[in-house]
Design a binder for this molecule. Structure first.
Ligand code: RIB
Length: 345
């Protein structure tokens, strides 16, 4: 009985390409289509729908797709994945997409050709294509950190909307009303959800039209630097800044310093994601901390259970909560508990 590998060999392509031609999905040239179809006819290959649902072979390898490997949040995520995978006898191969959906799709095809057993994906945007490509190949995917619409797959992330809401409510409890937001790229779910949390908190104090206080940029320090300078140039000047991730907060801090503004004396500053203690000799930022390591462990163990046929039948959506850690950057009176500063919940 000819196999997909026989067809691939006869046509001179990778098995994943044969799968794409059969499913008419993903990229391949007309010439490739003709070669594959000729090989199928010559060999009398009959695609087995059940077999297509099975992986071509077990390689004990997981793929991890990250968007910014320079970000400590993602390196902590990678650490959690590698620890959980290693305990189960799996190796991890990873890539960095720089928030590019084109790079993401390219890497997905490479990983499928390498026949990884499962994929942990931080999506670069909101396209379902990568998840669909993997699933058509019979490779399970767990989406981590972010949401992707129109897919049925396991996912593990933090509640960005609630985390943002808690941070902005804290600023309001400290007396701030003109609170500027430095947001991430529209269309990325963590950016959209943090903006939604900000808007919910601002609506509770009767502020709905905060157009002049909200900016969207990229999850980078340079974007935080530029956006905060724009924010504090407005009159009346905002008295507080909410940065939608760690790099935006660091960039904002540098921008405020270059504008001659002190934190928190002149402007309060809060952000998403804590920075690893090893990187901060003096933890200063008030943050909504995401449990990146735990998130990674949960997602990896879910993927391994899916591979072993031990996961629940239905797709799992696991949402973890952030932890509000109050430090000097938000100003106001602090409740100190055990060396770290915590708000009264
Ligand atoms: O700093 C990383 C965090 O911000 C992640 O949640 C990522 O999605 C970005 O939004």
């Amino acid at each position: 009985m000819p196999t997909i590998q026989d067809v691939a060999k006869r046509a001179g392509v990778a098995p994943i390409t044969v799968s794409r031609v059969i499913n008419n999905s993903g990229y391949f040239s007309e010439e490739t289509r003709e070669r594959v179809e000729a090989a199928i006819a010559e060999l009398g290959y009959v695609p087995n729908r059940l077999a297509r649902g099975l992986r071509i072979k077990q390689t004990n390898t997981l793929a991890l797709v990250l968007t910014d490997i320079t970000n400590p949040f993602f390196t902590t995520l990678a650490r959690g994945v590698e620890d959980a995978a290693g305990e189960a006898g799996f190796t991890v191969t990873f890539c960095n997409t720089d928030e590019s959906e084109a790079k993401e799709q390219k890497y997905l095809e490479v990983f499928l050709q390498q026949q990884v057993d499962g994929i942990l994906l931080v999506p670069a945007g909101s396209s379902p294509d990568s998840v669909h490509t993997a699933q058509k190949n019979g490779t399970p995917v767990v989406v981590i950190d972010r949401r992707v619409p129109d897919v049925s797959t396991d996912s593990v992330r933090c509640d960005s909307e609630a985390g943002a809401y808690k941070l902005v409510r804290l600023l309001q409890d400290l007396g701030h009303r003109r609170i500027a937001m430095l947001g991430g790229p529209e269309g990325i779910s963590t950016a959209d959800d943090r903006l939604a949390g900000y808007r919910r908190a601002m609506a509770e104090i009767g502020q709905t039209g905060n157009g002049d206080l909200v900016q969207s940029g990229s999850f980078t320090m340079s974007s935080g630097y530029e956006m905060v300078k724009t924010a504090v140039a407005k009159t009346p000047r905002p008295t507080a800044i909410f940065a939608a991730n760690n790099f935006l907060a660091i960039g904002a801090l540098r921008g405020l310093q270059d504008c001659g503004l002190r934190v928190p004396e002149d402007v309060a500053l809060v952000g998403f994601d804590d920075l690893p203690p090893a990187l901060t000799t003096f933890p200063f930022l008030t943050v909504a901390a995401q449990p990146a390591y735990d998130l990674a462990q949960i997602a990896t163990k879910l993927l391994l259970a899916r591979l072993a046929g031990e996961a629940p039948e239905t797709c799992q959506e696991i949402i973890l909560q952030t932890e509000l850690i109050i430090r000097q950057s938000s100003g106001g009176s602090l409740i100190r508990n055990g060396g770290c500063d915590r708000s009264l919940e």
